[in-house]
Design a binder for this molecule. Structure first.
Ligand code: SOE
Length: 394
């Protein structure tokens, strides 16, 4: 008999994210053997019986459901993991919290701040553990960036620059709605690149550099009409295809962010660069194991950008994987988040980002969209530090 305690998972949705999370639940016990909790793939839920059954067999789920309410009602489920399109997040999360389940929700938390608020209230009222899958924070090189900043290596920070560039929606033939393509349907997604891609950059930015105070943005929708998969009709496109904004952070630094799905040649160019008084760092998802660092205090004879291959046993999370020098990848970010979630149960701490913290990212996204719509600066109303303290008991 295993001495481990179990965390019985009920997954809703089996798309791309359903796969990344399932993989993480399966791997975490092998690589984080010290954790007291082990996920058990109890049930997966989706509307199509045949396909959900096939997914369950492929990934090793014990059972299937085709109605998420039935899944939430089950007593043999401890945690609900929401991998549905964004328009389903709120209803499911609120019902799951009311049923006393822990809730793990895909990003962005919701379509709007107003939609996210009752989700935050529900998990906090029920006192259930909650987290949002902003996975890029848990890339060892990104976590190392956080450590360097917190240790004061950069000194006062002046600039924060981030990009998330893709090129997969350039064709006007692509419909809106349906599998994967719900991201192009404003009703399902809530926004375009702002909620889907910039939300990642904003979460990482505030985690690394503190709250974003105000924003000024432009957005563009390059393809104005697309066939809607649901109705079969040519329908106005409501999402932003591209978004550029600049901002002030609470610490006085300036930020510049750009995201688009129309940058031909870029598949997922997710980058940031931070410039401080003593040092700068930069990172690129395409070379995710490396962090670049420049320190002005170095001996001038050898001063220059250095490339840290973040694969040593001393680096964040890396003692769990192979031997120094050997890389890890995208899928490991999700394993790390599950590991941190399980540890938070053990230690009775929060698993950041909580719903409340993700609501702050939501506020920035909304201010960005409002700023673009009104061609004016918008205050975000973010209170980043406070959001990270509240809910600390969960
Ligand atoms: C969109 O293409 C997408 O899959 C996002 O939905 C993810 O959040 C991002 O990590 C990669 O790109």
């Amino acid at each position: 008999m295993s001495a481990k305690k179990t965390l019985r998972i009920g997954l809703i949705g089996y798309g791309f994210m359903g796969r990344t999370h399932s993989n993480a639940y399966k791997r975490v016990g092998d690589f984080f053997p010290e954790l007291k909790y082990r996920p058990v793939l109890k049930a997966v839920c989706a509307r199509n019986q045949e396909r959900v059954q096939a997914f369950a067999e492929q990934w090793g789920y014990e059972s299937v459901e085709t109605d998420w309410r039935a899944l939430i009602a089950r007593e043999d489920i401890d945690a609900i993991d929401i991998c549905t399109p964004n328009n389903m997040h709120a209803e499911i999360a609120i019902a799951a919290a009311a049923a006393g389940k822990m809730v793990l929700c895909e990003k962005p938390l919701a379509r709007t701040v107003a939609e996210a608020q009752p989700m935050v209230d529900a998990v906090e009222k029920a006192g259930v553990r909650n987290t949002v899958w902003y996975n890029y924070r848990r890339i060892p090189a990104v976590t190392l960036a956080k450590k360097l900043i917190d240790a004061g290596k950069l000194g006062k920070i002046f600039h924060y620059r981030a990009n998330f560039l893709q090129d997969w929606t350039i064709s006007p033939e692509l419909p809106q709605g349906g599998e994967g393509l719900w991201r192009l349907d404003n009703d399902a997604a809530g926004s375009g690149v702002t909620g889907d891609l910039l939300a990642h950059c904003i979460d990482t930015a505030m985690w690394l550099n503190g709250g974003i105070k105000d924003v000024s943005a432009v957005t563009e929708t390059f393809v104005k009409e697309r066939l809607h998969s649901g109705t079969g009709e040519l329908t106005k496109v409501g999402i932003d295809d591209a978004c550029i904004f600049h901002c002030h952070f609470e610490n006085g630094s300036l930020g510049v962010f750009e995201s688009t799905r129309y940058a031909r040649g870029h598949k997922a160019l997710n980058t940031f660069e931070i410039n401080g008084e003593h040092a700068s760092i930069r990172w690129d998802l395409h070379d995710l194991n490396r962090l670049e660092y420049f320190d002005h205090r170095d001996d001038p004879m050898i001063r220059g950008w250095r490339t840290i291959h973040v694969t040593d046993g001393d680096h964040p999370y890396m003692d769990k994987w192979w031997v120094p020098g050997l890389s890890i990848g995208y899928e490991h970010t999700f394993v790390h988040q599950v590991a941190d979630f399980l540890k938070s149960i053990e230690e009775q701490t929060i698993c950041s980002p909580t719903f409340r913290e993700a609501q702050e990212t939501q506020k920035v996204c909304e201010a960005v969209l409002e700023s673009a719509a009104t061609r004016s600066w918008k205050d975000t109303g973010v209170n980043w530090d406070a959001s990270r303290l509240i809910n600390a008991e969960h």
